[in-house]
Ligand binder design. Structure first.
Ligand code: PLP
Length: 434
């Protein structure tokens, strides 16, 4: 399969380049030249398949031309080491829990798959693949955990000293093995500037076999489409779900569109956002106006220029009518989001995080307008990741940190201290990453 840039259909690359480069040089996004469809042999049996079997079929549809079936199986099994349970709050109101991975957010699915696919694509090279990433907290943890113990790879994470939370820091610094943390005396922007400079230094970047594991890497989207199919199959036969996706960069929603493209029957997608409502506004008015993001309590969705918008457009042949026929947008304020957290607790004794709350509010509004609709709201993170909001709305200690994260608190932090200057960083790379 060949891949092209959304900015230029003539810029074509193979799978390895699309995945290891992450971004085309023209700043577009990579898309497969043909969008795969699963055949009757899959849709005749899909309701009886396991999560992993669904993952293997979907990954095979996208990557089967380039990756042997046995390797696809290993990559999918390594990715899906945890479940995505569907919880029913009341009839027609379902929550898809995507936080059972090591870093308690749905991004574990994409990051783990990407790590394993990258390792596969570089398996014949005798040099290590080095992932260089700057983080202000969460992203670095998901990437570190995803690549931890993946043979042939290592991760170097730069984070700003004193600016990440205690548990976040442990996620970056306590894994050991092929994960190295650099504690930079500076801001997140300083960390990012160092990473950018390393990539721009072609000699260095090639000698060290650097890759960015960027969040808009195509290989992150494909595994996210697994759980759309996996959850839909658990509804009564013939029910077409309305998927509700709390969105920021719209990667998760784009993955849902890929699942629909594969043949999954979906009544509607709801693009649920906080006050950063560029896409709901576009769906309503047909005008796309990216703008600086504003801070909210669902901060992983504070995005003013959603990076996957061009992929969404490509999937609808750049037709606004086409997109609004399939996706409905809704936006909610912080006050509404807080009220949603409280209401879900009071009515269902369920702890929903602020991102999930935005989704749940959209789902309820949609069901009110369409009484027959059955909604699946994606719960994108575990509520313990947002203690300030949860403690304020539900009381201190109501939400507990899951064991798999809590154990990190007792582990030792190992990090190398560096200033924000380029030369010492370059020297450190030269001495440690050769
Ligand atoms: C990243 C993230 C989102 C937004 O997902 P996109 O794919 O960027 O739309 C929503 N909720 C949580 C908790 C996230 O971490």
């Amino acid at each position: 399969m060949k891949y092209h840039s959304t900015n230029n259909p003539n810029h074509q690359v193979d799978l390895k380049e699309a995945i290891l480069r992450s971004l085309p040089p023209d700043n577009g996004l990579y898309m497969p030249n043909e969008l795969p469809v699963l055949g009757a042999d899959f849709w005749n049996v899909w309701r009886g398949l396991s999560f992993r079997e669904i993952g293997i079929a979907v990954a095979g549809a996208f990557f089967g031309e380039d990756v042997p079936e046995e390797d696809i199986r290993k990559i999918v099994e390594g990715t899906l080491e945890f479940d995505a349970p569907l919880v029913t709050l009341e009839p027609k109101d379902h929550i898809l829990e995507l936080f059972h991975g090591p870093t308690l957010a749905f991004k574990d699915f994409g990051a783990r798959f990407m790590a394993r696919l990258m390792a596969h694509l570089t398996r014949d090279e005798d040099r290590m693949l080095t992932v260089l990433v700057a983080t202000s907290g969460d992203t670095g943890g998901a990437v570190a955990s995803a690549f931890h113990n993946v043979p042939g790879t290592r991760v170097v994470i730069l984070y700003p000293k004193g600016k990440v939370s205690g548990l976040q820091e442990k996620q970056l610094t306590a894994l050991g093995g092929n994960i190295t943390a650099l504690e930079i005396e500076g801001t997140f922007d300083d960390c990012q500037a160092l990473v950018k400079k390393a990539f721009l230094d072609r000699e260095l970047s090639e000698r060290m076999n650097l890759t960015s594991a960027n969040s808009i890497n195509l290989s992150r989207l494909v595994p996210q489409s697994f759980y759309y199919i996996h959850s839909a199959r658990q509804l009564a036969e013939g029910v077409e779900p309305v998927f509700v996706i709390p969105s920021g960069n719209f990667g998760n929603l784009t993955a849902g569109l890929l699942a629909r493209q594969l043949g999954l029957k979906v009544e509607r997608f709801l693009a649920a956002t906080n006050r950063n409502d560029v896409i709901p506004e576009y769906l309503l008015k047909g005008e796309y106006t990216p703008r600086p993001s504003v801070a909210t309590i669902s901060n992983a969705m504070d995005v003013g220029a959603p990076s996957n918008f061009v992929r969404m457009q490509a999937l609808f042949g750049n037709s606004w009518e086409g997109m609004r026929g399939c996706i409905c947008g809704m936006a909610f304020s912080d006050e509404e989001t807080r009220a949603g957290v409280r209401e879900v607790k009071e009515r269902f004794d369920y702890n929903i995080d602020p991102h999930g709350s935005v989704g749940w509010l959209a789902a309820r509004k949609y069901r009110e307008m369409h009484p027959g609709a059955e909604t699946i709201t994606l719960e994108t993170a575990h509520p313990s990741k947002f203690p300030d909001v949860m403690d304020a709305e539900l009381g201190k200690g109501v939400v507990e940190v899951p064991e798999r994260l809590a154990v990190l608190a007792d582990k030792e932090k190992v990090a190398t201290q560096l200033t924000k200057e380029w030369e010492p960083f370059r020297e450190w790379l030269g001495e440690n990453i050769a």
